[in-house]
Design a protein around this ligand. Structure first.
Ligand code: FMN
Length: 213
C-alpha cells in the first residue's frame, strides 16, 4: 500500500550565521517557540528535572509554552504527580531540549510554580486535545499500583464515557506548571568547532557569552 509521506523540514543554522552569542540565542528562541506549535519538531518534547531531598528526578514532557524573551516556559501535568509534589517542596528545576537533526541542545535552569489562576488554567485545559483531557479523568494518582495493565482497563467505564462529571474530575486533576527561566546554556555541534553560549537573565535582559564547548 503506497503511503504519502511529507517530510518535516527543519531550519538549519550554519557557522556564518553565528557571529555573536545573540545570533545563536535568537535561533534557539525561534526553534523553541516553533517546537511548542509543531508536534513533529524535536523541541516539542523536553526533559524536565526536579529535585527532592537532594535527589534529581527527570522525565519527558511536552513543551506547551515559551515566551518571546525566553524567560518563561510552560508544561502541563497531573496535580497528583510526583513532579508536582517535588516542585512544592523545592521549586528548582532544569529542562533540556535536544534536536539531533539541528545538532542543537538547549538547557534551562529556573524555578517552577503551579499556576493558581483558575481562569488561565481552564483556558489551557479546554484548548487541550480531548485525548489529553481524558488522561486526567482517572481516580488514581499517576504512579499508583493497579491490578490491570492500564488505567483504561482498570476503569473501562471512564474510557468510553466522556461525561461532564468525568471531565470535571479531569479538570481538577489537570495543572499548569510555569517555569521562570534564570539561566540558559545552548550548544550547537559543528565539525568546524562546537559553538556554546551561556546566558544569565538579569532584571530585563539576557547577559550572553560564548563559552568553551
Ligand atoms: C513522549 C512523552 C510525552 C510526555 N508528556 C508529558 C507531559 O506533557 N506532561 C506530563 O506530566 N507527563 C508527560 N509524560 C509522562 C512523564 O514522562 C512521566 O511519566 C509522568 O509525568 C509521571 O512523572 P512524575 O511521576 O515524575 O511526575 C510524557 C511521556 C512521554 C514518553
Amino acid at each position: 500500500m503506497g503511503g504519502y509521506f511529507m517530510a518535516y523540514s527543519l531550519n538549519i543554522i550554519d557557522n556564518d550565521q553565528i557571529q555573536t552569542p545573540q545570533d545563536l540565542f535568537a535561533f534557539c528562541r525561534d526553534e523553541l517557540i516553533l517546537g511548542v506549535k509543531k508536534s513533529k519538531h524535536p523541541f516539542h518534547l523536553c526533559t524536565f528535572c526536579s529535585v527532592m531531598e537532594d535527589r534529581p528526578f527527570s522525565r519527558t514532557v511536552v513543551s506547551r509554552g515559551m515566551n518571546q524573551s525566553l524567560t518563561e516556559c510552560r508544561i502541563h501535568s497531573d496535580r497528583r504527580s510526583q513532579k508536582n509534589h517535588q516542585l512544592m517542596s523545592n521549586p528548582n528545576v532544569s529542562l533540556v531540549y535536544y534536536s539531533q537533526q539541528q545538532r542543537l541542545q538547549v538547557r534551562f535552569e529556573g524555578t517552577a510554580c503551579i499556576l493558581m489562576d483558575q481562569a488561565k488554567a481552564d483556558h489551557y485545559f479546554i484548548t487541550s486535545s480531548q485525548h489529553s483531557q481524558q488522561c486526567y479523568a482517572y481516580p488514581m494518582s499517576p504512579g499508583a499500583a493497579i491490578n490491570e495493565r492500564t488505567k483504561e482497563e482498570q476503569y473501562p467505564e471512564l474510557s468510553v464515557n466522556e461525561s461532564d462529571a468525568s471531565m470535571d474530575e479531569a479538570r481538577k486533576n489537570f495543572s499548569v506548571i510555569d517555569v521562570s527561566i534564570k539561566a540558559l546554556d545552548a550548544l550547537w555541534l559543528s565539525k568546524k568547532g562546537h559553538v556554546r553560549i551561556h546566558g544569565i537573565h538579569n532584571a530585563n535582559d539576557w547577559d550572553l557569552k560564548f563559552v568553551v564547548a
